[in-house]
Each structure stands twice: as C-alpha cells, then as structure tokens.
Design a protein around this ligand. Structure first.
Ligand code: SF4
Length: 911
C-alpha cells in the first residue's frame, strides 16, 4: 500500500481547501490519533495566520463506519426503501442479555451476564475475522450454545430491520461493491498495526470502487533506548513516576508518555505512585497527567450506591443486615445530613435481631413514633418513597420508575457531590435514557431484569472524568498507536507480561480462532502482535526508557525477549527526592495531644451505671468499662441463626427466675412428683419462650423453639435434681429482689463511696447455716482469687450479705451441669460439690486466714476497681488477650494500633 508522510498529508489537506472534508478521508486506529492529527493541522493553519479553516475529515475507524451507514440509510430512504437501523451498543447488549437469560431456563448458567458478554464478543470477533456463522464444528457444548444464541440474535436483528456494529464492515463492503454507496476519493489509514479480514475487505472494496488508498507513514523517532530494572512492580512504578517528574521539570512542554501493556491490572497502584510523586497537595489539585483507562461506570461509588438501593427495592429476598447498614450510611441519600437519626434507625433495625431485612419490613420499622425528630421523620419518608411497581413493564417505564424511586429517596444528595460525581451522575442519566429506548427491542419485563440490563450497561461503559490538557499521558499498548512523543517510558516488559499470554474466547473453537488469526488466540499470534506493537513504540519518541521488574512476589522475572539487545542499561532511580503524600500529610498536620486515658470523675455516692458489670469490665479493661457504661458504646448487633450464646443464657436465667418465684423453697419443689416438677418447668420455659417470641417474632421458628425448649428442659432439669439433694433451703433473693416482690428491681448497695445496683441471680438461705450466693453460668467462669478480680460480681454480693457462707456458679452447659465455687464451711454441707476454702487452690496466706481473710482480700481488690471507676480511669490496657477476644469495641479503642505487642504476644500476662 502506498505510504503518505505526515508532511504530505498536511500538504494535501491544505491544498484541498474547502473540499478537504469530501476529498480526503483519514481513518485512524484510535480516537487519540485522530485528535492529534486534527490538532497538528490546526496548529499549522494558525501558524499560517488563519482564524478559521474547513475541518479535515479525520476520524476514528468506528466513527467512519457509522458515517458510511448514515449515508447509506439516507440514500435508501430517499429512494423510498427501508433504511437499516444501526443498533447502539446498549441495544445490542440488551438483546444478548435477554437471549442468554432466557436460555438459562433450559441450561444452568452460573454467570449469565458474563456469558452474554463473552458470546457478544465472540459474535464481534467472528464478524471481524470473516468467520461464517453458525460454526460448522459444533461438538463442544459452548460452541453449540453460541450457535443457538447467535442464531436467535441474528433473527432478532432481522425482525427489527437492524444491523449492529459488528455487521457494519460486511454490509458496507457489499453496498460499496454494488455501487450503492460511494467510496471516498482518497482514503488514508493511520496507526493500524494489523487489519482484520472484514476491515481489509472493506478497504479492498473501496479500492476497487476507485478510492486511492494510502497508509500514513509510521514515525521513525527512536534514537536513544535504555532499559531499567526495578526490584518489583511497585518499585518500577515509583521509578517511573520519578523519571516522569525529572523529564517534566527539565522540559515543561515536552510530550511524555508512559505505556503499560497491563495498565488495567496496575491502574490503582499507578495512580497512588504517580499522585505521590507528581500531584500537588489538596484534594482539588488536578492530576498533572492523564490516564487513558477509566473504570466501569458501575464501579463509581455514586453509581454503585444507586444500584445497591435499587437492588434492595427489587429484591425478592431480604438483604443481610450488614448490607442494610451500609445502605443507611451510604452518604449519597437524604439520610446523610441526619447522622443521629441514621444511627438511631440502624440500632432499631439491628435490635430487632433479624439476620436479613426486606425493604417493606425496614420501612415499617422506620415509621416514626409521635414526637420523633425531624431527621427521623425525613428518613422514614425517604425510605417509604423507595418503591417500584410490581409486574412487568416496558424498559422506558422502568427507567422512569428507577429515577422516581431514587428521587423519592433523596438520591443523590446534591451536597455530597464533587466534580467527578457530577460527571458520573450525567453518565448515569444518559444510561437511564438508553434503557428507556429499549421498548421496541425488549418489550415488557420485570424489575429485576430491567435492573440487570441497566447494571450491564453501566458495567460496559468506561467512566473517564474530564481532565485538563496535560503533557503527560499514561496509555495502554494500543492507545499509543501512531502518536509521537518527546519521551516515552514503556513499563511491564518482563517475560510474563510481554508478549501477553493468549486468552482465546471460549465460545469459538480454538482452531477457528487460530485460522482466522484472531487476537489472543495463541502464543504465535500474541508474539506477532507484540512484535508489531514494540516496533511502533520504539519509533515513537527520540528518548525511550524500557522497564521491567526483577521479581513479583516470590517469583523471579526475566526481561521480555522483545527488549532490543542493544538497549543501554539505565541506572536505577534511588531515593525519594520529594515528600511522598503521607509524609506531606504528616508534615502539614496540626498536632494536638489529648490525654484520653482518663475520663470524667464520678461524684461521691453517684449511682454507677451498669452496676456490678461495670466492675467486671473495669477489671478486664478500663477503657471498655468507661466506653460501655459512661459513653454508651456498643458494637451493633450481628444476629445469628437461630439464637446466640447471650440470648440462650438470658432464656435460662428467665426460666429459672420464673420457676423459683413460683416455688420459693426446696420443700415446695419436693412436695411435687417428678412429673409435676417437669410439667412446672415446661410451663415456665414455655412462658419464657412466649415472651421472647412476642418480642422477636422472627427469631424462633417452630422447630427452633422446640429445640430450645428441649435444651432448657434438660439443663435446668439436671440442676433441679442437684437442688433436690441439698440441705433444705428457701430462696431469699431472685435477680436481687425477694421472690414475692416485683421483678427486676434490684437492690441498692454502697461501696467505695459510690452507689451500686446489685442483682445477684439467686441467694438461697440454708437454715442453721447461712446464705449461699448463686450465679447461673452458661459460659466459662473465672476464678475468685486471680491477681485482678475478673469476675467481681459474686465477691461484691458476698460483701453485701451478713451471713454469706458460700459463693457458687451454677454451671448450665451441655454435658456439665453442676455447682462450682467456694464454701466457708469445711463440710460444704450447705452446697455439696463446691470446694471448701481450706482445700481450694489459693494463696496459702488466704487459705490460712479463712473466710474473713478472703472477704477482706475481695474488699481490697474491689476497692481498687471502684476507685479507678470513680477517678475515670479509662486507659486502653486490657488485662489479657482474653479480655479483647470477648469484647466488641475493637473498632473504637483501636487496640491493635496501640498495644499490638500486648495483644499478640502476651504470654506472660496470660499465664
Ligand atoms: S478490645 Fe480490648 S482494649 Fe479494646 S476495649 Fe475491648 S478489652 Fe479494651
């Protein structure tokens, strides 16, 4: 093919005058190259002193095809013939999705959207490569499926009287060959490394029809080529950023390009490194470089948020509670300004203890009570507005319904949008309009299907926020086609990445792809592609640095065989010659030190919130104690199915309390037959579960309730059997109050100059002996004489009783139902199975001092804890690893950042 230099092209354009747009057509491999050639011509015309000039006909390949189609359609219409409709990408994708989604009813497909995308790609590749459809060799099930789907797709196009962009080259070739469409007088091809069969056929048809076809000469700028090795991919990017900065500082107007064959997979890391080295401070400071590769519109936070709300509105199944919380705190809806109301609502939903929440239930729970805050009322109204109509509707109805539902939700909250988000919002609206244009293509469909199609549209659209013109371009290997630069950096030239490994399309037989020479088919094709690209790149700048990493993870990498053997070795770029972003932040911070190890002190006789649990928390970790009881900090509930450990413990407590309020002493219990006792227990368990089921109707299914009732019956029944064997006793206190008093009032006690509400689970009075303190335990109990009193409740209650003679846990665990504790009395008659103090594994001094010494020891230790509470002692000093394991405040105390060593290697304290 005859070659035309750039200078000759400019000359032809200039000399064509007003006919430039009709006489010479330049079709380019990329949009960038078309823009660059137009710009070069504009500069030349301005240099000629012109203020206005006819624009040349220079455009990307696909835009040229569309133009040809429009011309053909107009000609046919003018003759009164049916003009072919050209499907948009969104329309074509929607048809593929619908076909594959329907095929799913007959054959299982794990990822129908991915299958539709790959099938569409196979259709496009087959048309580009001139492969006849249906495929003949269809032994493979994937190929058979593709044949079936592509047949349906072709029929749909025929029924619509439409073409898609994959068919365009073939249809236009035929139209030119028939003389129905005029060929351009001169056609210049710019930046094409290779021409697939369908494109080649179109060009040949134009040539046959009289077009002068020329190829724009490739650049020949390569003079100085060096190669630099980095230790790993991260260092390679850091070096690249420094190299770019060095070039840009030395020559501010230089055109600099950074090319990465694997740009998609390294985009995020590149942004971090380049922002660190090149971007100014402050969020609004624009990037001094332009990156060609955007991210899918669906992945933009604003758009992902809209899709997640609509998902909830469409979902037939309720959403997991953690994702519901995410919705509430999304930051893009009307709830954003009402933080207090949001948190309130989140608690309300979580305290309802459902694992999943549907939108109608969430909306019902959000309904404000009388006197609710304005914020709460607004949230409730916004949520109530997020509704979609039932049944099947046209895509245009769904586009409107989606927009209306989001608007009612207050999405997007305009105060939350920055410049990029505004651009994403405009693209979103555009995609909604495209969805709305699918009525004739798709017909009525349910909400979920409409949303799936919208999601795929948004996944297929690349979001590329507008950036100011910059001299530094970051490009993929194909995007640099035909462009010239002053400096070029090509990264990722290791033998793993370049030539790229093959990745054939699964729907086309491999031998067919190979025979047609389709991209990615095999290693030979990939090598040819990489060689051509490399030749082009090495000629596109006078100064070129090639770079690769020596290792990735634990693997050694070799340089790509396509790096020229005579490339000069460049020195590594060591050291940080400007502050990295985190260092800049650190340097700019305004430091204010706050001692948060101490909170407010409590006044004398203040009522301690949390009662004796506060002592236990203080012993485990002063911060936990202060945060939970003074600040009201709690992690959100994460309900488990069917009941969690805590709920089971509370049910056992309640059933036992009900039972002993009924019997009040051992004699009453013993007066009943074993069957009557069992029946009484069953009744109280039933009442307990009724109460629980009334509060949380969704927590216990019929089967789960039966299992829970059997579990409680067995455990409590075994404990009652032990009680039946004890010395006669009467129950003095239940949950801190006398059995005949109103439930759950507790008692007030004074200790350490503070007031406490005390609620011992049970106090039994054993005639002629004394009081026995009992604490029901469904988990692991702690000791009574540890270095720090981690289980202070029983010691605290013991000090409040005049005649306490034993403290004991009543262990209620499957396989272990028994009393375990300490008795002052050598004989342990009052409560068999507890250990007499004289035989307990305690400090010998304590043992020798007997019960009064133990009480005094407890009083001292409790005094220390009470004093810490009074003083507001709130340091993040967990007593041992177990303290943190059973705590839900990690996110608040950030213990892992401050005392990691303690948490990770606290063997000494643990011991
Ligand atoms: S996680 Fe550990 S350090 Fe943090 S509050 Fe809980 S017990 Fe204290």
């Amino acid at each position: 093919m005859p070659v035309l230099s750039r200078e000759q092209l400019m000359l032809r354009w200039t000399s064509a005058g007003d006919a430039v747009a009709t006489r010479i057509t330049v079709t380019c491999a990329t949009r960038r190259l078309a823009a660059s050639l137009n710009e070069t011509y504009a500069h030349q015309r301005m240099a000629d002193g012109l203020l206005a000039w006819p624009a040349p006909h220079c455009l990307p390949w696909n835009a040229w095809l569309r133009e040809l189609h429009d011309c053909l359609a107009t000609r046919r219409a003018s003759r009164g013939e049916a003009a072919p409709i050209l499907l948009s990408e969104a329309e074509s994708l929607a048809i593929w999705l619908q076909i594959v989604e329907r095929a799913r009813r007959d054959q299982p497909l794990l990822q129908p959207a991915l299958a539709a995308r790959l099938a569409r790609e196979a259709w496009q590749m087959a048309h580009e490569g001139g492969i006849d459809l249906p495929l003949r060799d269809a032994a493979d099930p994937d190929t058979r499926a593709f044949n079936h789907w592509s047949g349906q797709y072709a029929k749909r196009l025929e029924a619509l009287g439409a073409w898609d962009t994959a068919q365009l080259p073939g249809r236009l070739t035929a139209a030119i060959a028939r003389g129905e469409l005029p060929a351009p007088p001169t056609l210049v091809l710019a930046g094409f490394d290779d021409l697939p069969q369908a494109r080649q056929a179109l060009i040949t048809a134009a040539q046959t029809a009289g077009s002068e076809v020329l190829e724009l000469e490739a650049l020949k700028l390569g003079q100085r080529i060096s190669v630099r090795v980095a230790t790993d991919p991260a260092q390679e990017l850091q070096q690249a950023a420094r190299q770019v900065r060095e070039w840009a500082l030395a020559e501010p107007d230089a055109r600099i390009a950074v090319v990465l064959p694997d740009l998609a997979s390294r985009r995020d890391m590149l942004l971090r490194c380049f922002d660190d080295a090149l971007r100014g401070q402050g969020e609004d400071c624009p990037r001094p470089y332009n990156i060609s590769l955007g991210t899918p519109l669906a992945a933009q936070p604003l758009i992902a948020d809209a899709l997640a709300w609509l998902d909830w509105a469409c979902a037939s199944a309720p959403m997991p509670i953690s994702r519901v919380s995410e919705r509430l705190h999304s930051g893009y809806w009307a709830g954003r300004p009402h933080l207090d109301a949001l948190s309130d609502l989140d608690w309300r939903w979580r305290n309802d203890r459902r694992e999943r929440l549907s939108l109608p239930v969430a909306t019902a729970l959000a309904r404000p009570r009388e006197g609710a805050s304005e914020g709460r009322q607004r949230l409730a109204a916004a949520l109530a507005g997020l509704r979609l109509p039932a049944g099947a509707h046209q895509p245009s109805d769904w586009a409107q319904a989606f927009a209306d539902a989001l608007a009612a939700l207050g999405w997007p909250d305009s105060g939350s949008l920055g410049s990029e988000e505004y651009q994403a919002l405009q693209d979103w609206q555009q995609q909604l309009m495209l969805l709305g244009a699918l009525d004739s293509i798709l017909g009525p469909l349910p909400a979920r299907e409409a949303l799936r199609i919208l999601r795929e549209q948004l996944t297929g659209v690349v979001f590329q926020p507008e950036t100011p013109d910059t001299a530094v371009q970051v490009l993929g290997a194909l995007e640099a086609a035909g462009l010239g630069f002053d400096h070029l950096l090509v990264l990722g030239l290791d033998d793993d990445t370049w030539p790229p490994p093959p990745s054939p399309n699964p729907f086309l037989p491999l031998q067919v792809q190979r025979a047609a020479g389709l991209p990615n088919a095999d290693a030979r094709i990939q090598l040819r592609y990489a060689q051509r690209t490399m030749t082009r790149l090495l000629a596109s700048a006078p100064d070129i640095v090639l770079s690769h990493a020596a290792r990735v993870d634990d693997r050694e990498l070799m340089p790509s065989p396509l790096i020229p053997a005579d490339a000069v070795r460049a020195e590594p770029m060591h050291g940080v010659d400007g502050p990295e972003s985190w260092q800049r932040l650190h340097a700019a911070r305004a430091v204010q030190s706050i001692d948060d190890a101490r909170g407010d002190t409590l006044p004398e006789n203040a009522l301690v919130s949390g009662g004796t649990q506060r002592l236990a928390d203080q012993a485990a970790c002063p911060f936990r104690s202060y945060a939970r009881h003074e600040l009201g900090a709690r992690a959100p509930e994460e309900p488990t199915a069917p009941l969690d450990h805590r709920e089971r413990g509370l049910l056992a407590h309640e059933a036992l309390a009900r039972l002993w309020r009924l019997w009040r002493d051992q004699a009453t219990m013993l007066a009943q037959s074993p069957e009557a006792r069992d029946e009484a227990l069953r009744t109280q368990i039933g009442l307990t579960l009724d109460r629980f089921g009334g509060q949380f109707p969704h927590r216990l299914s019929v089967a789960a309730r039966q299992i829970e009732a059997m579990r409680l019956q067995r455990l409590i029944g075994q404990l009652l059997a032990l009680d039946a064997e004890r010395l006669p006793f009467r129950v003095g206190l239940i949950e801190g109050t006398a059995p005949d008093q109103a439930e759950d009032r507790g008692r007030q006690a004074h200790f350490g100059e503070l007031s406490w509400t005390v609620r011992p689970d049970r106090v039994d009075i054993v005639e002629d002996h004394g009081a026995v303190l009992i604490d029901y335990k469904t988990g692991q109990p702690s000791g009574f004489a540890d270095a720090r009193l981690l289980a202070p409740q029983l010691p605290f209650y013991a000090l409040q009783l005049d005649n306490c003679i034993a403290v004991s846990y009543a262990l209620l665990r499957p396989g272990e139902v028994r009393y375990a504790g300490l008795s002052a009395d050598e004989s342990t008659e009052a409560l068999p199975s507890v250990t007499a103090l004289s035989k307990a594994k305690l400090d010998s001094e304590l043992r020798a001092g007997g019960w009064p010494a133990l009480l005094s020891h407890w009083e001292t230790q409790l005094g220390v804890l009470a004093q810490e509470i009074r003083d507001g002692h709130a340091s993040v000093t967990p007593w041992n690893r177990g303290s943190c394991q059973n705590c839900d405040l990690h996110a608040l105390c950030r213990v892992r950042e401050t005392v990691n060593a303690l948490i990770d290697s606290d063997a000494e304290v643990d011991a």
